[in-house]
Design a binder for this molecule. Structure first.
Ligand code: ADP
Ligand code: MG
Length: 538
């Protein structure tokens, strides 16, 4: 037997699912309804600009108000409006998006940027907080009659003609008993500010405009000054120290993305503040959990990312599965690497100055991302105890002659604490060797990475052994003690230290060195360095 047909949906069953589970966070009803009002305003603007609407556009604005006694919240716009027929078409059909239809219809006439809606589901989020929803709307079309639609959340609705003079739509929510928390000035204001701070149409709440309709990232980099970027940073993060520099992101293909990423000053791990990047979709705030979109090591950056290719109702699992997200992630990594390279090439002294603040990003990036490593190895700097900065290549060349051991391995000496290990550093310097400062929490991991990626190079902590042992150039020193004398010295030391874990070795050392040193094996050292930093960037 073979049969084909249409799958039917019982709205009685799907309705409660949409109402309760589509969005876990009930407050987003306001985001959805305000987005629709913004869309309606953008549409009328658009029709006006292409000559399909010749009436007075007026001052486009979305107004949100509430009435504690009547238990209503109202979202009003003077946008495109709807006829009764359109309400039936756009509202009654769940998952039929009038926004997508509009974009399709006018896609040949200019760009479609600015229309938020997409799935045709947002409106129904109103029923998460309302026991009854009313729409009163009047279409922009000449001679259109206003219409009133009501629905109590069941699958039945009623529609009739209504009284309304002005073009546009009022959405009136009759707030359900369990959602009365939303009938509150501060609650509403904070939700509006959270999601609508940068919506492209003015949003009015209690006679004040709560948003900045033209945020910096939506403007062209060519028309912006450093001042503008710094001012916007302050708007995003009041009372924070100035950022070091920033990147203005702007892509059209193969996905749309704009944004500004700022590099904050970061001296140590304790200053790291995550969740400082905000994700927007067409200027609607979505989340500040940008994991997956922004590579882990760049979570330390601050700023905004806006991509219409990321839908509004994102969930964690959605983000992971979305193919655009991966592309966006690697695009951002590349942009950041390019920017750092550009800074390095254009102004080396300036770059060196910033390195103490950006070194942590760079090293973290090199550890966690191979592509980033390949670019960053050109501009990642190593600092010696004499405060000189070298690129990896420069440093290899610098130490090649003196610090290559008898097996042809370059030996990089480093210190984790220049003060405590000073005696060892001095004896290395006396030999003409150089010692690298590797004292940040990321460094033990960075060193491991460097050893696995860069051939013929060994890293040794300067106090891990006597200097001649650390860099064994093959030149034998002549021992002044006989074997018997050595054994005697060894016994005296062992008795003094009195610790079976530690072993005493008696060896010849060059005369310019200290008479005796206590060392710890490099392997043991590193184990304890790594465990001190918890094995990651906690
Ligand atoms: P989407 O916005 O994803 O298209 P919604 O469920 O949010 O889906 O809205 C469904 C449709 O209802 C919209 O596409 C639009 O055509 C219409 N609509 C909703 N709110 C308004 C409004 N304030 N003014 C005009 N049309 C609206
Ligand atoms: Mg919508």
């Amino acid at each position: 037997m073979k049969e084909s047909g249409n799958i039917s949906i019982h709205t009685e069953n799907i309705f409660p699912i949409i109402k309760k589970f589509l969005y876990s966070d009930h407050e987003i009803f306001l985001r959805e309804l305000v987005s629709n009002a913004v869309d309606a305003s953008q549409k009328i603007k658009r029709l006006s600009s292409i000559g399909e609407f010749n009436g007075e556009l007026g001052e486009l604005k979305v107004k949100v108000s509430f009435d504690k006694e009547a238990k209503t919240i109202t979202i009003s716009d003077n946008g495109i409006g709807m006829t009764a027929e359109e309400i039936k078409k756009y509202i009654n059909q769940i998952a039929f998006s009038g926004a997508t239809e509009f974009v399709e219809k006018y896609k040949d006439k200019g760009d479609d940027k600015g229309i938020i809606g997409h799935f045709g589901l947002g409106f129904y989020s109103a029923f998460m907080v309302a026991s009854e929803v009313e729409i009163i709307s009047k279409s922009y079309q000449e001679g259109a009659e206003a219409a009133r639609w009501t629905c109590d959340g069941s699958t039945e609705y009623s529609i009739s003609t209504a009284e309304k003079d002005e073009r546009g739509t009022d959405i009136i929510l009759h707030i359900a008993e369990d959602s009365e928390e939303f009938l509150d000035e501060f609650r509403l204001k904070s939700i509006l500010e959270k999601y609508g701070k940068f919506l492209p149409i003015p949003i009015e709440f209690q006679d004040k405009i709560i948003n900045n309709p033209t945020p910096l990232w939506a403007k062209s980099p060519a028309e912006l000054s450093d001042e503008d970027y710094l001012k916007f940073y302050e708007e995003l993060y009041p009372f924070q120290e100035k950022p070091l520099f920033w990147i203005h992101l702007n892509v059209d293909y193969p996905f749309n993305l704009t944004g500004i990423l700022y590099f904050p000053k970061v001296k140590n791990e304790f200053q790291l503040q995550r969740e400082k990047i905000q994700l927007y979709s067409r200027q609607v705030f979505i989340t500040d959990e940008v994991k997956d979109i922004v590579p882990e090591f760049l979570m330390l950056l601050h700023g905004v990312i806006d991509s219409p290719d990321i839908p509004l109702n994102v969930s964690r699992s959605f983000l992971q599965a979305d193919s655009n997200v991966k592309k966006i992630n690697s695009y951002i990594t590349k942009k950041v690497a390019d920017k750092l390279q550009e800074l390095f090439k254009a102004d080396r002294p300036g770059f060196e100055e910033k390195f103490s603040n950006i070194g942590l990003f760079i090293k973290y990036g090199m550890i966690s991302d191979d592509k980033f490593f390949d670019k960053a190895k050109e501009f990642c700097l190593l600092e010696t105890t004499s405060n000189k900065l070298y690129t990896l290549d420069e440093y290899a060349e610098e130490v090649q002659a003196l610090q290559t051991d008898k097996d042809g391995q370059r030996v990089y000496l480093y210190t984790t604490d220049a003060q405590q290990q000073d005696a060892f550093i001095q004896s290395a310097i006396q030999k003409g060797y150089s010692v690298l400062k590797m004292d940040s929490m990321i460094d033990p991991h960075f060193i491991n990475q460097m050893e696995s990626k860069i051939e013929k190079t060994q890293w040794k902590r300067v106090d891990a052994d006597s200097i001649d042992k650390l860099i064994d150039t093959g030149i034998q020193l002549e021992a002044v003690l006989t074997e018997e004398q050595k054994t005697a010295v060894k016994e005296i030391f062992e008795a003094t230290i009195n610790d079976k874990q530690k072993q005493v070795q008696v060896e010849a050392m060059s005369p310019d060195e200290l008479p005796a040193i206590i060392t710890q094996n490099e392997f043991m050292r590193r184990m304890s360095d790594m465990s001190k930093t918890g094995g990651g960037m906690g």
